[in-house]
Write a protein that binds this ligand. Structure first.
Ligand code: MG
Length: 343
């Protein structure tokens, strides 16, 4: 019998509740890849959410997953740290594929140990944070409807950066006084504009701003940071651990996503490094099912801010896992990442 894990995958077409528009693009559905690893009747699940921003498509993701089939069959899964580094070497980029492989591997390991993954890490599940609920860019009418639909969530994340920022904030503030977090998705191209926007947003009850300017404008972002009083969090500027040290001068924190990091093991390294640099840690997601969202939720007791709502934005989540109650992420006591296929 092979010592390794039997790896298989399946493409899932996820339908979005609302057309999802951010500063870069607009979409009605997403095609993610669900990965399964199996040995000794234990099944681990992983997920890849390919992102065009990082040169990923379902096809490019599948190509990397297929390369991993012989690797997983050959390696002892209990050497998961070594296997994690071998996953990284499968491709120079394509981190969504790597994330799917690592998430499935860690789900299998914790299931084989009969413990929830958060318990394996020594984390207190009562320390999970509140997650924001994200409102994509839209007409004022639709923004108002979306904010009303987001009633159960105490903190909202608002997407800006397409030129109608004032209208959007006006619409949001016409229906709620909840704390807001802003994501400009690199949408402001001028440092004076960015600083003015952030100072105005601070006066509108905004807690922090994510990626105000393009990732290659690090000096400008540092300039902006000296002129504002709320934190600036890196998202597009940070993918893996190696990116973090150079960001400490321009940003107050980083937004880690499993899909950018390439999985749980790398995300944990990023959390430890960011904490050692006294940077805030946010954990975000792409449009994802409960597989990848629950993986993120499992490590969320370690972080400052959560934006783990990817599964709440779709109508056909094929899995169950971590849930949200009054905004707070709730982990269950099932072994592994606490995920199971919908019956
Ligand atoms: Mg972002």
């Amino acid at each position: 019998m092979a010592k390794g894990l039997k790896l298989s995958y399946e493409v899932k077409r996820l339908t979005l509740k609302h057309t999802w528009t951010i500063a870069r693009n607009s979409t009605d559905y997403k095609e993610n890849i669900i990965v399964k690893v199996k040995k000794d009747n234990i099944v681990g699940f992983g997920e890849a959410a390919p992102n065009v921003r990082y040169g990923e498509t379902p096809e490019s993701t599948i190509a990397v997953i297929e390369k991993a089939i012989p690797l997983f069959a050959d390696r002892d899964p209990w050497h998961f740290v070594d296997l994690g580094f071998e996953i990284k070497k499968l491709h120079q980029t394509q981190t969504a594929a790597k994330a799917a492989l690592d998430i499935a591997l860690m789900d299998w390991i914790a299931k084989a140990l009969h413990v929830p993954f958060y318990r394996y890490l020594g984390l207190d599940k009562t320390k999970t944070p509140v997650t924001t609920f994200s409102i994509g860019i839209d007409t004022q009418e639709m923004i108002i409807q979306k904010v009303r639909e987001a009633e159960p969530y105490p903190v909202l994340k608002i997407k800006l950066g397409l030129g109608n920022d004032e209208e959007i904030i006006g619409a949001v503030r016409s229906v709620t006084d909840k704390p807001l977090r802003i994501d400009a998705n690199e949408g402001w191209k001028d440092k004076h504009e960015a600083a003015d926007k952030i100072n105005w947003l601070a006066s509108e009850g905004v807690e922090f701003v994510e990626q105000p300017m393009p990732d290659d404008m690090l000096n400008e972002i540092g300039w902006v940071r000296e002129r504002v009083n709320i934190p600036i969090i890196a998202d597009e500027s940070v993918k893996t651990t190696a990116d973090i040290p150079k960001l400490a001068a321009a940003f107050d924190g980083i937004n880690i996503k499993l899909m950018k990091a390439g999985g749980l093991q790398e995300a944990l390294r990023m959390i430890w490094l960011a904490k050692s640099l006294k940077m805030k840690v946010m954990l975000g997601c792409m449009v994802e099912t409960s597989v990848a969202v629950s993986a993120g939720a499992s490590i969320s007791p370690l972080i400052d801010y959560a934006d783990l709502d990817g599964n709440l934005l779709i109508t056909n989540d094929p899995f169950r896992g971590a849930v949200v109650e009054q905004g707070k992420l709730i982990l269950n006591d099932e072994p592994g990442l606490g995920i199971s296929p919908e019956p």
